[in-house]
Write a protein of this length. Structure first.
Length: 275
């Protein structure tokens, strides 16, 4: 008889097991919502599936009378633009600094301690400073994302560069490669898939900083909408918006994973072997 630690699920079984917790949570919520609604028809904290579907459809199809735009799509576009710009700047900065810091000791000596100290600063603590420095426009929101995740990305890429075998650098130099060729032809191809993987991990934090910035000072965005309606206890808007944010985060994560497997299949060999 096989031991439990050696049992592996088939592909279809994996899908079923993955969906099982979500189905269970949905059943529990719907049961609680039905009970609360039966006790109090004006219940607002536990909206039913029908209420949430109706409200979400209205947010996705009907234009706002004040702005003339459809709330769900205008909020989504605003949030994704801020997130994309912030994560893009962070990833590019991390790749440059991580590559130089991991490959050039003279660059690492002054900048590595600085990055370490910056990474220890709670990004939310400097949010008021960002609003003072950049105002309440888009710059402050993007800056919070950049400050929040860039040090983490840099430190991870630097560590990955330092973990690479020294023999690779030595062989490249033996073949006549100069410092920049070693960085671009030896380190860069190996750090790029690591950057994608680390960016996927940092997306959760990026969303957190985005929602926090939008909640404090914004006129559009998913976080803005959630905190706008919280005063009315509009859970029929808040819960679908939270689910929508989760879906967007999942799609972005999967997209990055697919891009990584397409362009760097060798990086995922171990993952395929263990699945």
């Amino acid at each position: 008889m096989k031991r439990l630690i050696n049992l592996k699920a088939s592909r279809s079984a994996k899908i079923g097991l993955a969906l099982l917790p979500f189905i269970a949570l949905a059943i529990i919520y719907l049961a609680v919502a039905s009970q609360k609604m039966a006790e109090n028809p004006n219940e607002r904290l536990f909206p039913t599936a029908a209420q949430m579907t109706h409200t979400f459809t209205r947010m996705a199809t009907q234009a706002d009378m004040r702005s003339g735009s459809i709330p769900l799509w205008s909020d989504t576009r605003a949030s994704l633009e801020r997130l994309g710009i912030g994560v893009g700047i962070s990833a590019l900065s991390a790749l440059i600094f991580g590559l130089l810091s991991g490959g050039i000791p003279l660059f690492r000596a002054p900048f590595s301690p600085l990055i370490t100290v910056i990474s220890l600063i709670p990004p939310m603590a400097i949010l008021p400073i960002l609003f003072i420095a950049f105002g309440t426009g888009e710059m402050a929101k993007v800056a919070l994302i950049v400050i929040g995740i860039t040090p983490f990305l840099i430190r991870d890429l630097q560590g990955e560069a330092l973990r690479l075998p020294d023999e690779q650098r030595i062989k490249a130099q033996t073949l006549g490669a100069n410092s920049w060729q070693v960085l671009l032809r030896v380190l860069l191809p190996q750090l790029t898939p690591r950057l994608i993987s680390t960016t996927r991990l940092a997306l959760g934090s990026a969303w957190l900083f985005l929602i926090a910035a939008e909640a404090i000072a914004a006129q559009s965005g998913l976080g803005y909408r959630i905190f706008l309606v919280r005063r009315y206890l509009s859970m029929d808007i808040i819960l679908p918006y939270v689910a929508w944010i989760t879906l967007l985060a999942f799609v972005i994560d999967r997209a990055l994973y697919v891009i990584s497997t397409w362009f760097f299949p060798w990086y995922h060999v171990d993952e395929a072997a263990s699945s």
